[in-house]
Write a protein that binds this ligand. Structure first.
Ligand SMILES: Cc1cc2nc3c(=O)[nH]c(=O)nc-3n(C[C@H](O)[C@H](O)[C@H](O)COP(=O)(O)OP(=O)(O)OC[C@H]3O[C@@H](n4cnc5c(N)ncnc54)[C@H](O)[C@@H]3O)c2cc1C
Length: 448
C-alpha cells in the first residue's frame, strides 16, 4: 500500500518582520537540504512543537538519527513572532475572564507546567540569559472598572483552583510599568516570558548537536511506501520510518482536517530602542509583561537587553482562512497599536514603532488539538488553540513520547479528545468569525 500527499501550500503567509527576530544578530546562513538522506525520525516544522518533539526524541532515542525540516528560518514563524508569554494557567480567550471549568483548568495547568519545566531545563542547559527565558510571572492588567471586575472574577477562579496570585493596586502597577493607565493588576507568578525568536533560535542551536536541522527547506510532498516515509523538498529528500508533523495550521496543507481548522492572525508592533532619557521618563522596572484583563485587549511587554529598551504592543485578531495576510492587513491592523501605546505611555509621545508584523494561530471550533497517529507512523502535534507557547511545547513532547511507545495520562487525555468539528461553509464562517472578533474588540474598549 502506498499513500502520496502533495503539500498544497508551502508559503508561510506571515507579514512583516518580527521585532524579536530583527533585533537579534544576523544568524549564520541557513543549512538547506541539497541531498537525498535517510534518518530514523523526521520532524516537520521547527516551532515550539517541532523543536520540543526533536529534543524529547533525543532524550528517549539516544542512538537514533533525527532530521528536522522547516520551510523558513527558525524563529521567523509564529513561534518567533508572538508576545512571548509561556502561560501556565487557564487562558480561554472565548470567555470574559479566561476561566473555564475548575477541574479541567487544574489539569490543563498541570500539563502546561510540565511543558514549562521541560522548557526551563532546556533553557538552563543551553545557557539562555534571563532576557530570553524569564520566570517573572504575568500581570493581567485592568484599565477599566469592567477589567477590574474580570480580574476579581478570575482571582476567585484561581482560589478555587488552589492557585496563588497577588493583587496589585494602581500605585503598584505604576511602580512596575511606569504607566498611570492601569487601575489594578493580578500577578500570577509562574508564567515565563520569553524573547520569542531568541528562544526558538537558541533552542534549535542547542539541539543541533543531535538533530540535523535544515531551514528554508519546505516539504512539498510526503509519500509512504513499504513502511517508509519519503519527504520531498525542492532540492533533496528525506527517508524516515517515523514522522512527526508539527506544522500547526499547515496540517490542512498536508490534506488533513480540511475545513476544521480556524486560522486567526494576531498583530504586534515594537518600538525603536528608547534613549536613556526616555527610559528615565518611562520609569518602572526594566522588563515586565502585561496581558489584558479582557482577552481582547492589549498585551504589552517592556524588554531590555539585546536591542536596548523597547516596548511591544499586541492587539487585533483577524480570521483569515487563506492562511496569508498581507502588508496592507498589517498596516490596517496596527493603526490601533499607536493609539494604545500613546494612551498608556503619554511620556513617550515621540517614540515611534520600528517593527510591525502579523502571525498566525490555529484554533478549532471545539477547542481541541490534533494529536496522535493520523496515518501509519505519521504523528501530529498540531492545532494548539491559542496558547501555543506552552501547549505547542507540550504537544511536541507528548507526540515524541507517544511515537516512541511511552504511555502516560497526559497522552491518554490528548488521545481521548474529540476531533475538531467541521466549520460552517464560506463565506459565512469568515463573516461570522470576523464579526464576532470585531464585536469582542469593541467591547474590550479601553483595555485595548
Ligand atoms: C502576534 C502573536 C502573539 C502571540 N502571543 C502568544 C503568547 O503570548 N503566548 C502563547 O502561548 N501563544 C501566543 N501566540 C501563538 C503562538 O505563537 C502559536 O500558537 C505557536 O507558535 C504555535 O507553535 P507551533 O510550533 O505549533 O507552530 P508554528 O510556530 O507555526 O511552527 C510551525 C512550523 O512549521 C513550518 N512548516 C509549515 N509547513 C511546512 C512545510 N511544508 N515544510 C516544512 N516546514 C513547514 C512553519 O514554517 C513553522 O515554522 C501568538 C501568536 C502571534 C502571531
Amino acid at each position: 500500500m502506498s499513500l502520496k500527499i502533495q503539500v498544497k501550500n508551502t508559503r508561510h503567509g506571515n507579514p512583516g518582520v518580527s521585532g524579536w527576530y530583527a533585533i537579534l544578530p544576523e544568524p549564520d546562513p541557513p543549512n538547506v537540504l541539497q541531498d537525498d538522506i535517510t534518518a530514523d525520525w523526521l520532524v516537520i516544522g521547527g516551532g515550539f512543537a517541532g523543536l520540543s518533539a526533536a529534543r524529547r526524541l533525543c532524550q528517549l532515542r539516544e542512538n537514533e538519527s533525527i532530521v528536522l525540516l522547516d520551510s523558513i528560518r527558525i524563529g521567523e514563524g509564529s513561534s518567533g513572532r508572538n508576545s512571548g508569554f509561556m502561560i501556565d494557567l487557564p487562558h480561554d480567550i472565548s470567555t470574559d475572564s479566561y476561566a473555564g471549568a475548575v477541574e479541567q483548568d487544574v489539569l490543563q495547568t498541570r500539563k502546561n507546567r510540565y511543558a514549562i519545566a521541560f522548557a526551563a531545563k532546556a533553557a538552563e542547559e543551553f545557557g539562555f540569559p534571563q532576557e530570553v527565558f524569564n520566570p517573572c510571572g504575568k500581570i493581567n492588567a485592568a484599565a477599566t472598572e469592567k477589567g477590574d471586575q474580570h480580574n476579581r472574577e478570575y482571582i476567585e477562579h484561581l482560589k478555587a483552583m488552589g492557585e496563588e496570585s497577588t493583587w496589585l493596586d494602581a500605585a503598584e502597577m505604576k511602580r512596575i510599568t511606569g504607566s498611570e493607565y492601569y487601575l489594578s493588576g493580578l500577578l500570577t507568578p509562574k508564567t515565563v516570558t520569553i524573547q520569542a525568536a531568541a528562544y526558538t533560535r537558541g533552542f534549535a542551536r542547542g539541539i543541533s548537536r543531535n538533530v540535523n536541522i535544515y531551514e528554508k527547506t519546505p516539504v512539498v510532498a510526503l509519500e509512504h511506501t513499504n513502511g517508509v516515509w519519503h519527504a520531498r523538498t525542492p532540492n533533496g529528500s528525506v527517508k524516515a520510518s517515523k514522522v512527526i508533523l508539527s506544522v500547526n495550521g499547515h496540517l490542512q496543507s498536508f490534506g488533513f482536517m480540511q475545513r476544521r481548522l480556524m486560522h486567526i492572525f494576531l498583530y504586534a508592533s515594537m518600538t525603536r530602542a528608547l534613549s536613556s532619557a526616555e527610559v528615565r521618563k518611562l520609569g518602572g522596572e526594566p522588563s515586565w509583561g502585561v496581558a489584558p484583563a479582557n482577552p481582547f485587549g492589549s498585551s504589552v511587554r517592556k524588554i531590555s537587553g539585546v536591542g536596548g529598551h523597547r516596548v511591544l504592543m499586541r492587539n487585533k485578531f483577524h480570521f483569515n482562512s487563506s492562511m496569508e495576510a498581507t502588508e496592507r492587513d498589517v498596516q490596517r491592523a496596527v493603526r490601533g497599536h499607536d493609539r494604545s501605546f500613546q494612551r498608556r505611555f503619554p511620556m513617550l509621545k515621540d517614540v515611534e514603532m520600528e517593527y510591525r508584523w502579523g502571525g498566525r494561530l490555529c484554533l478549532s471550533w471545539n477547542n481541541v488539538p490534533v494529536f496522535g497517529e493520523i496515518e501509519e507512523s505519521l504523528f501530529a502535534a498540531c492545532c494548539q488553540n491559542g496558547l501555543g507557547v506552552s501547549k505547542g511545547t507540550l504537544a511536541g513532547i507528548l507526540a515524541a513520547e507517544y511515537a516512541s511507545g511511552v504511555r502516560n495520562s497526559y497522552i491518554e487525555d490528548y488521545l481521548n479528545e474529540a476531533q475538531p468539528t467541521r466549520l460552517p461553509p464560506e463565506p459565512f464562517v469568515n463573516i461570522g468569525a470576523n464579526a464576532y472578533l470585531n464585536w469582542q474588540e469593541w467591547c474590550a474598549g479601553l483595555e485595548k
